[in-house]
Design a protein around this ligand. Structure first.
Ligand SMILES: [Zn+2]
Length: 271
């Protein structure tokens, strides 16, 4: 089983142009075929996931509007294969909190925060009411923690110490560090995950082969590490999973990271 904890969905008009340009640069022909049709949406994307042997995927919206809930419709049609995350900019959307609570009622499984592109750090107090909703409803928050090649992305907003502050202030909130600190902060994210039992690290956007080098003691946090691709800006997901399976880890740890941890986190049926 494979659970991809980080992929992006949206029809072509929903995508930010830089996102499509990046995917066009790095994606394989099958991915480009999916994107060219109508973006990463609809049955062709589900067919692609099936072909890549991905059973379930966290679906993150790919636009830049203040409210991004379109993953909910996409997920509803996926028969449980997509776990929709939603994204709000509380500075531009005064009703973000109420919308978030409604989105959870409609099936949202998590909140995504992208500090470097929105220039809204994870510890900004405008996000706190959203975190309070996520904590109360027991759903995770994924925060982009790591480098970004998008124009205008200011990296200091992605400092993992800002995530630590949120972890302190919301002790029952599950926080997922997307990209595990890629670039400057892999050590910090590892240490944060070790220290804070509510913090998880997610490996999307990292070359699988380098994971042991970036995280020499990954086994110490192996019950809170998640596999992810960042598709469509990634190699084919099945290839990533294959490379991950070839790493010198015990097979139980590999299966934990590829799907079992996510199945526990999202209460997925595993039979
Ligand atoms: Zn991403």
């Amino acid at each position: 089983m494979i659970v991809d904890c980080h992929l992006h969905v949206g029809t072509r008009e929903q995508w930010i142009p830089e996102g499509l340009a990046l995917a066009a640069d790095v994606a394989d022909p099958e991915t480009l075929e999916v994107l060219e049709r109508n973006g990463s949406a609809g049955p062709s994307m589900l067919d692609y996931l099936r072909a890549q042997e991905v059973d379930v995927a966290v679906a993150i919206p790919c636009g830049r509007e203040s409210v991004q809930e379109y993953t909910l419709d996409e997920a509803e049609r996926s028969g449980g294969r997509l776990l929709p995350f939603v994204q709000y900019d509380p500075r531009a959307e005064p009703t973000a909190c109420r919308r978030f609570a409604d989105a959870i009622d409609r099936g949202a499984r998590g909140l995504k925060v992208h500090p470097c592109s929105t220039q809204l750090p994870a510890n900004d107090r405008s996000l706190y009411p959203l975190y309070a909703v996520a904590e109360e409803r027991r759903i995770p928050v994924t925060i982009h923690v790591g480098s970004s090649v998008f124009p205008g992305a200011k990296l200091r907003y992605c400092d993992p110490l800002l995530v630590d502050e949120v972890a302190c202030d919301f002790p029952d909130l599950t926080l997922i560090c997307a990209h595990a600190g890629r670039g400057f902060w892999t050590d910090q994210v590892f240490n944060l995950t070790r220290m804070r039992p509510t913090v998880w690290m997610e490996l999307s956007g990292l070359p699988a082969k380098r994971v042991p080098q970036y995280f020499p003691e990954l086994d110490r946090v192996a019950d809170r590490v998640l596999f992810g691709s960042d598709w469509p800006s990634s190699p084919p997901i099945s290839r990533l999973a294959k490379e991950f399976r070839a790493l010198p880890y015990p097979s139980s740890m590999i299966e934990d990271i590829l799907w079992r941890n996510a199945a526990r986190l999202f209460s997925l049926p595993t039979a």
